[in-house]
Design a protein around this ligand. Structure first.
Ligand SMILES: [Ca+2]
Ligand SMILES: [Ca+2]
Length: 495
């Protein structure tokens, strides 16, 4: 509304049904820093302590009772990424299954090398204790490859045991195997029929990969970290099948751990993360996010909410409860009026599944509706990870990438990214919003349902050339039903 009152009077989509949220007020563009991360009851901070951290800085927690490591990164909303527990967590790249973590290694190695690699993670080459576990492990293997299992009969010929000393409980030998041909003491799964053969441990087959497994420490912290766990599960019963949702966000509601009466997590309630906004005037509305735990805002230019300093103009100080569309300040505060390009709700919550992929969708909701700098993004994500939000400008039938903002998501549902002043992208009315994914393929959700006029314009399986100011060809619309609508809102400062 502040930018264009006519926008809310339109009833053809976008903000029309929620125009109360179109009534934007001025907001300072902020320099954000993270306060020290809250203490964890199950882990010790290994990184040297600091009074404040820049966006992108990382700290490392180490589980007090096991080998788990948890890296957390300072995000642009002043909170920290990563899980809120360390003990019992899988390392990055590992998949949780029952009480263990697993990871496929796309390598071509002998058994000794596989053992060595797994040892780096305090793990072993995967063993099998049930047919379900065998199926799960096979589901991790890419490209229909042969792979080593963590069994051997080195100690007693013909008696196969796990590399971890456990007895062999289930097996799936190929006919005629094991035959100990030339002293074969290790076990490999054959790609074609998933049957097992005994092989020489030092033989590097042509296509032999492996899966590592790690035994998790006992989880000490068990708590739902979203207030909306029950609601989300009720809306989408399969939510708990998503690992991050189940393990990190709603472990109690998903039934994977029981909160212990002796484990009381109070740190997040009493010392929430703090967003520090520098150069802000005292009347600036707080920057709020929906991240959990809740974020508070502190403004260092004032000592109390009712006290002004020389950094704040008189007019601003005398009208503390009525923020206006344009605020003045004696400091270098940047004030903007913002409009948003859409307010789509995600209903189906499909996940993107392709790595290193970019999509550009044309439709009313994916276009910028005003000209100006993109100062803020909101998006929906329930998986922590990194992705990029982009602006493309039209050039006849081509689109030019005007710029992109790297987003490090907390995975807490609807999140807000405030664009740092040195990363602002100028967009023109009619420009398109694009999304680029790296390795974190599940980080954003989309709806399959499309507006009638929504078209996928660009869908690249490589992003190696996608940098600002490079021109990209217009791609034929993809009409195979893969059209996706993302709940991404770009806030444009119209000055
Ligand atoms: Ca043997
Ligand atoms: Ca054999």
């Amino acid at each position: 509304m502040a930018g264009n009152p006519m926008y809310c009077s339109a009833d053809d989509g976008g903000c029309a049904e929620s125009c109360k949220q179109c009534d934007f007020v001025s907001q300072p563009v902020a320099d954000v820093q993270c306060q020290p991360p809250e203490e964890q009851s199950d882990a010790t901070l290994l990184t040297a302590a600091s009074d404040s951290y820049q966006v992108g800085e990382t700290v490392v927690f180490k589980c007090n009772t096991g080998p788990e490591i948890n890296n957390r990164t300072c995000l642009t909303d002043g909170t920290w990424s990563g899980g809120r527990y360390t003990c019992g967590a899988c390392p990055a790249g590992f998949t949780s299954y029952n009480s263990k973590c697993y990871k496929w290694f796309d390598e071509f190695v002998d058994k000794y090398s596989a053992v060595e690699t797994c040892g780096l993670f305090n793990g072993v080459v995967a063993t099998i204790s049930s047919s379900e576990e065998l199926s799960f492990i096979h589901s991790l293997v890419e490209y229909e490859r042969n792979y080593w299992l963590g069994f051997n009969d080195t100690a007693t010929e013909g008696i196969f045991i796990g590399d971890d000393g456990q007895a062999l409980q289930v097996a799936n030998w190929k006919s005629g195997q094991p035959d100990d041909y030339h002293d074969q003491d290790c076990v490999k799964v054959q790609a074609d029929d998933k049957k097992w053969t005994d092989e020489s441990c030092g033989e590097q087959g042509e296509f032999d990969g492996f899966v590592c497994e790690i035994k998790k420490s006992e989880r000490i912290v068990c708590k739902d970290w979203l207030n909306t766990c029950q609601t989300l599960i009720a809306e989408l019963p399969s939510s708990c099948e998503t690992e991050q949702f189940r393990e990190e966000q709603c472990p109690v509601s998903c039934g994977i751990c029981q909160p212990s009466p002796t484990t009381t997590i109070t740190a997040s309630q009493t010392t929430p993360s703090t967003t520090t906004i520098t150069q802000a005037s005292s009347t600036a509305p707080p920057i709020t996010t929906t991240s959990s735990p809740p974020t508070t805002t502190s403004m260092p230019t004032t000592t109390t909410p009712t006290t002004t300093t020389t950094a704040v103009s008189t007019s601003a100080a005398t009208t503390p409860s009525t923020p206006t569309a344009t605020m003045s300040s004696t400091t270098t505060t940047v004030t903007v009026s913002e409009t948003r390009n859409n307010n789509l709700e995600i209903k189906a919550r499909g996940h993107s599944r392709e790595k290193n992929h970019a999509v550009l969708v044309d439709g009313y909701n994916m276009r910028l509706h005003e000209t100006g700098e993109v100062t803020k993004w909101t998006y929906y994500s329930d998986v922590p990870g990194t992705f990029w939000l982009q602006i493309y400008s039209r050039e006849f039938d081509d689109f030019r990438l005007s710029g992109e903002n790297q987003i490090v998501s907390l995975g807490s549902g609807e999140e807000t990214f405030i664009v740092p002043p040195n990363q602002l992208i100028h967009g023109n009315k009619g420009d398109l919003v694009g999304i680029r994914f790296g390795d974190d393929v599940d980080v954003l959700h989309y709806d399959d349902c499309c507006e009638p006029d929504t078209t996928v314009l660009l869908s690249l399986d490589t992003v190696s050339t996608m940098y600002p100011n490079s021109v990209h060809a217009f791609h034929t619309p993809d009409n195979d039903g893969s059209c996706r609508l993302y709940s991404i809102t770009a806030y444009v400062a119209t000055q």
